[in-house]
Design a protein around this ligand. Sequence first.
Ligand SMILES: *[C@@H]1O[C@H](CO)[C@@H](O)[C@H](O)[C@H]1NC(C)=O
Ligand SMILES: *[C@@H]1O[C@H](CO)[C@@H](O)[C@H](O)[C@H]1NC(C)=O
Length: 514
Amino acid sequence: MSAKGGAGRKLPSARWLLIAACLIAAVTMIGSMQRRPITDVRLPEAVAAAEEVDDELAEPPYSDIPRPLRPHRFPASLSPDEREFWRQPDGGGLRPCVRPSAAYVAESPKVVAEVERYLIVVVSGGLNQLRNQICDAVVIARILNAVLVVPILQVNVIWNDFSEFMDIFDAGHFKKVLAGDVKVVASLPAGHAHKKPSEEKHIPFHSEPQWFLENFHRRLQEEKVLLLRGLDARLVEDLPRDLQKLRCKVEFHALRYARPIQVAGRRLGERLWTPGPYLALHLRLEKDVWVRTGCLPGLGPELDEEILRARSLAGPKLLTSRKNLTYAERRAEGMCPLTGEDIARLLLALGATNRTRVFWAGGAPYGGERALAALRAAFPLLFNKESLATRGELAPLRPHANMLAAVDFLLCLNADVFLPSHGGNMAHVLQGHRAYAGHRKHITPNKREIAALLAKESVTEEEFRRRVRRAHGEEAMGAPQLRMAKKGRDVVAFPVPECMCRKRARGRGRGQGG
Ligand SMILES: *[C@@H]1O[C@H](CO)[C@@H](O)[C@H](O)[C@H]1NC(C)=O
Ligand SMILES: *[C@@H]1O[C@H](CO)[C@@H](O)[C@H](O)[C@H]1NC(C)=O
């Protein structure tokens, strides 16, 4: 086998030259790979963009809130397809880092001092809308150098919820975690409580910090108390890094659920988690979702008629966008929530089987059991919080839609794999939390491709599987994504690069390159 022996067999010399050249090239390549500094190894874009910090500067994740239950190890009996289904994405070793810059820290004593400027915010909507508005309220208080009064939850008739901040969140914890960023008080001090506060209802969408300063700083100086409401998407997505980190700190650390929710979430969570891996679905199959999206539930002409009727009564203002598309066009564009049947087909193609344990979160599906039939047929081990709970266990939370939504939130957070059937606040907030917890598998369904494949009759089972898998690459499975890769992304849904860092490669000192 030696070169000498080969030459003895009189091989054409050109061929030998070629082999030698390849050998030299290979040796050179290996040599240069070894010499190349570690940071030049190609990292996924999102991982490479994250700041490098020394190990001791990276926060231990979840030191101040209960850690989500960890993903399972694979049981030995799984098929290769099932292994693929449960496989976690490569998180690139990114870890939470919300520690602010030295300049921010130097400013902080002034901000948290005893100032006589109070910001009151009234937040409204479903659980995850509340979370988003509260994050921005804290940041606005910081920008305005004002004391934040614990947010007031607007009584919500749609969600049938009359809870207060303290029913849903742990107010003491909120105050403590943010102590170095913003001063938070439970209520206005007596000297200010009697006056009607100055109120501003018309904040333009996506306003810059400068806008808040120009419009409110003076007013706060003079009137001392400012009341804001309707903060949904009013603060711009792109903020200086320290303020992004503050958003993350509120979302991922300060907004801990109140004790009764934690207890219920823990209890049901362990019941669900202990037997093995599970998938969580966030289903959007409620009647109002079908009405508002301009889509149809696909459960037969009767139910479709009912939705069309409800929509014509509500008028076109309820449709989300592009009013002139027909249902078929909307579905083809990927604008419709996935139905139970779509989800079953998708999951089976991705490697789930009839022994996959499935938890579903969400409101009552329109059409009742019929809407779940395809899912239940494919996945007999199908649960929701009601079926997991023993009698009376959820009773204390039941009057509050947002408290029940919080239990769903925790059960989805713990899941090995999460799939939302349609976007929305819950899907986004969970995507962020699961990324922050170490990029746990989050499936973003390619609804356009799924609709196209299901509309064609000639697609074989094998072809369907192949095309579905091709349409769901690593990023659709929850691998790190750069927030700025698309416009309008929120840092609490995409915490890279502002709120997650990577560990500095060994042997490279601080301040060197980076
Ligand atoms: C929708 O279609 C109607 C007529 O079919 C047309 O008058 C209207 O301008 C269209 N609207 C949009 C937003 O395209
Ligand atoms: C699950 O599917 C297998 C075949 O893939 C079948 O043999 C088995 O009976 C099914 N189990 C249930 C509970 O449906």
